[in-house]
Design a protein around this ligand. Sequence first.
Ligand SMILES: Cc1ncc(COP(=O)(O)OP(=O)(O)O)c(N)n1
Ligand SMILES: Cc1ncsc1CCOP(=O)(O)O
Ligand SMILES: [Mg+2]
Length: 544
Amino acid sequence: MNELCHIRSIPSSCFCSPNSKTSQKNPRQALVKVQANRVSISMHNSEMKVPHVLTVAGSDSGGGAGIQADLKACAARRVYCSTVITAVTAQNTVGVQGVDIVPEEFVAEQLRSVLSDMHVDVVKTGMLPSPGIVKVLCQSLREFPVRALVVDPVMVSTSGDVLSGPSVLAGFREELLPLADIVTPNIKEAAVLLGGVPLRSVSDMRAAAKLIRDMGPRNVLVKGGDLPDSSDSTDVLFDGEEFYELRSSRVNTRNTHGTGCTLASCIAAELAKGSSILEAVRASKRFIETALDYSKDLVIGNGTQGPFDHFFALKNISQNSTRQDKFNPNDLLLYAVTDSRMNRKWGRSILDAVKAAIEGGATIVQLREKDVETQEFLDAAKVCLEVCHSYGVPLIINDRIDVALACDADGVHVGQSDMPAHVARTLLGPEKIVGVSCKTPEQAQQAWIDGADYIGCGGVYPTTTKENNSTVGLDGLKEVCLASKLPVVAIGGIGPSNAHSIMEIDVPNLKGVAVVSALFDRECILTATRNLHSLLSEAAKLKK
Ligand SMILES: Cc1ncc(COP(=O)(O)OP(=O)(O)O)c(N)n1
Ligand SMILES: Cc1ncsc1CCOP(=O)(O)O
Ligand SMILES: [Mg+2]
């Protein structure tokens, strides 16, 4: 049995377990526990919960990986991050020019400074360059238990330079991994942990995950980004019972330096916020995919592997715009729009419909519930939001700004005769997503002025889902796209038989299709969504 508390075995309302040594060692936390007995830190009469990750890793002078990546990842995920530095590397986008290992006594002192004073939820480890450092870390974790331990078994840099030699392997296998809640090797690191047998396929990754789990960690994520000849990046998560194959599209870019550190830090940050392992991994993979996509053309350094931008969400702010762009236009690829009538016809709850669509690959979801009572709509929106967020998928509410505000949804979609888009923007603030329906170039230009994030253009083809809805056809769709800088999603009568003709329109801001009946008026939503998603992914690749 692991000495660390398992993340799922602790109720989210309890930070310090009653037997936690931390609460005895740290008078401030003990005070908090007695006074408040819940997840909070008392400060000047106000209570503020601060999820906290401690990263134990090496410094990268180039700023792309290591401690620097961890700090940026945690900040981007809105989690506090403290740092224990194990080594200082002289490093850039070309490679690692030098490594200076911090003496193990001083690593121990840093650990004590942080853990004896601050309430750390999750420890994440990166470069652990000597057996002595692995040992002092394990001692500290026993002395100051935390809620979860994420081990990124960093051994070789992206440039191929060795960061931790084979001397640390025994400490990893015997002491550190048995304490870990999750370990995140890439295929090379998994091979090293298992004594050198190379991994060449997803089935090798599954076998490796099983063998590594036998070393003691509760979950193993084998990252397949380096597998040759695959168009997707597939990672295998094994929790001792189930295997999950988690896919993301491979972004064609040189800027991948620091992805391993960032992924592990994001997982740690999500665990610190209370997510389950599966939710944390899913959200983190999605974060990396989006960050790489936004950063694919960045030029930092002259080497072969550049860093990427963790703060893509602030992109528009840094470009002097007043609008904060937390929205990724690529999310519009497969926009699933629910319909209460169809759910009723097939005897499904809104939640079941949404779950199936997300499982099938929907990249954004809209609740379009025209004839449900407000209370029912709000309750459904709340549970759907949880599910959507556990998959990193945004949830948009159709028409009802009040419902969007009440459940803190990611945004709203309004039509030309609904609440005007500029009013929706004012009510929701800069961080939420506002989508607006447009049929004409004039409406498309106004959508930009009003502060919308995207345009829904249609009906492109005739539909029975929306009554009295005139169609714009492929030409009308193209005109709307050309009239605006905003990303556009096509809607109306779209399904597997005609989605390709939409995606073939040669305009860069046409990002995907929004679909109701081709997903929700089907016997199996999962299969329908999966089929359409694979078709759209292929079409999007051709567009790039
Ligand atoms: C993505 C997307 N595009 C367009 C619409 C249509 O919205 P609207 O014109 O307000 O019509 P209703 O959906 O409210 O009937 C949409 N919902 N989503
Ligand atoms: C909401 C909406 N707005 C324009 S067409 C449409 C309905 C799209 O539904 P379907 O995908 O079933 O044709
Ligand atoms: Mg509407």
